[in-house]
Design a protein around this ligand. Structure first.
Ligand SMILES: Cc1cc2nc3c(=O)[nH]c(=O)nc-3n(C[C@H](O)[C@H](O)[C@H](O)COP(=O)(O)OP(=O)(O)OC[C@H]3O[C@@H](n4cnc5c(N)ncnc54)[C@H](O)[C@@H]3O)c2cc1C
Length: 421
């Protein structure tokens, strides 16, 4: 069995940033395992710009952003294995991986960082009736065809789902000469970033049909058209509102699922809301020495936040290897999201582990205008931040400082909620 101080599963932006910070902390013996044929993760197929505005104060494309991290990993001589799929992980931190050169690998690590990212929800998860014809793709698959392989999936397109990937692909298909007839969204709001709605739909006159869904798919061999309909507040189609739109391509952008099958096998506790591991302030899971960051932890909209979070995971995993214990103690504070807030990462804060501050990241469950985010330490409201708009598509974050924790030394629960202004 091979042995490493630290093994990072996934060589996307999260895995790369974690590896760099662990090495900066003095950990020499690091191995990144990546199933793809190159490092960089999903960013390799995101050739649009808009990455790195916070980290580098520049507008980079996805590959440019990840290249900066890949270069650093190479410069720092961090080891990695490509085309290597991790197929097993247990709570004793033993990894089973497979590749064409080594066959089956068994690797024991002192610390593991989960950085496996997300996958897209497929058609099977939606139960749309209709025929099983060709021409139905997830938006990310279509993105790979267009941006990496150089194939156009179709000419007349409907996009179902208005998350960022759907919005970006509506623009991409248009730029490549397709006619995008509509982006259809079940909810009364888009779950994508505002800037993507403006730059990807409004600028190209692509209609966004909110509170609508696809109720039928027509086509024998190839897709010929879809029927869409308005939905009521219970998301049920409204009779009489059906509209048939001819198209040869349906792109599905209906949510991402954090890739946590390995985590589950290792008895890592998962959140029912995020589908990612439940972590404490140090991004450590319930299994000592297993940390998580990036999209496998919770879906991020900005890669800059992935890099910041993963940098912290790498740093903490390095400290763990050097003997620090981050395990939840008796006085760990529970962080709860209520009244409009859906979840928080982290879920626990051990005050002793906080040097200057800890960022709490969360999403709201609805669109709120002119409200405030309030933070309570038990029953005392410590902070109220006015917000002109809060939407489920944009991740929010608040900072819990050392001074706040010192002010409430017996605090048992920190609560995040949406309140009147
Ligand atoms: C279409 C699209 C558009 C986006 N646009 C923007 C934007 O404009 N601006 C922005 O800031 N952010 C954007 N993002 C978000 C950003 O790209 C992600 O937040 C970021 O890539 C997440 O990084 P990650 O490392 O967690 O996951 P990923 O990039 O998905 O990397 C995970 C890696 O883990 C590997 N892996 C998974 N399982 C295994 C296994 N079992 N064994 C080995 N390897 C494994 C995968 O192959 C992959 O390389 C966009 C994302 C998408 C999909």
């Amino acid at each position: 069995m091979m042995e490493y101080d630290m093994v990072i599963i996934g060589g996307g932006p999260a895995g790369l940033a974690a590896a760099i910070s662990a090495k900066e902390e003095g950990i020499e013996d690091i191995l990144i395992l990546e199933r793809d044929s190159q490092l960089g993760g999903i960013l390799n197929q995101c050739i649009h710009n808009g990455f790195g505005l916070h980290t580098f104060k520049e507008e980079l494309t996805g590959p440019e952003y990840s290249h900066r991290y890949i270069k650093k990993v190479l410069d720092m001589k961090i080891s990695y294995k490509l085309n290597t799929m991790v197929i097993g992980l247990d709570s004793d931190k033993i990894i089973t991986a497979v590749n064409g050169e080594d066959g089956i690998l068994e690797i024991k690590a002192k610390a593991i960082i989960l950085a496996m990212g997300c996958r897209e929800r497929p058609r099977g998860a939606l139960n749309i009736p209709g025929s099983r014809c060709a021409g139905i793709f997830t938006a990310g698959t279509a993105q790979k065809f267009v941006n990496v392989e150089g194939y156009m999936p179709g000419k007349e397109v409907i996009v179902l789902g208005s998350g960022d990937i759907g919005l970006i692909m509506a623009r991409r298909m248009t730029l490549e000469g397709a006619k995008v007839k509509a982006v259809v969204e079940l909810m009364p709001y888009s779950s994508g970033l505002k800037r993507n709605i403006v730059q990807c739909l409004d600028d190209f006159d692509i209609p966004l049909k909110l509170s609508h869904t696809v109720i039928d798919i027509k086509g024998k061999d190839r897709l010929e058209g879809v029927t869409i309909a308005k939905v009521d507040k219970n998301r049920k189609p409204v009779k009489g509102t059906e509209e048939y739109i001819s198209c040869d391509t349906l792109l599905l952008s209906v949510g991402l699922i954090p890739e946590n099958e390995l985590s589950r096998n290792a008895d890592v506790k998962l959140s029912k809301v995020t589908n990612g591991p439940v972590v404490n302030e140090s991004l450590e899971t319930n299994i000592e020495g297993i940390f998580a960051c990036g999209n496998v932890l919770h879906v991020h909209d900005l890669v800059d936040n992935v890099s910041i979070e993963s940098h912290m995971a790498g740093k903490n995993a390095a400290k763990y290897i050097k003997g620090m214990n981050f395990k939840n103690k008796k006085d760990a504070i529970i962080v709860e999201a209520v009244d409009g807030a859906r979840y928080t990462v982290p879920k626990f804060i051990n005050p002793d582990n906080i040097d200057k501050f800890v960022e709490i990241r969360f999403r709201v469950g609805n669109v709120f205008k002119n409200k405030a985010i309030a933070i309570y330490f038990d029953d005392s409201r410590e902070l109220k931040l006015k917000k002109r708009i809060l939407t489920p598509g944009e991740m929010e974050q608040v900072r819990i400082t050392r001074a706040m924790l010192d002010k409430y030394p017996r605090c048992k629960k920190i609560t995040i909620k949406v309140e009147e202004e």
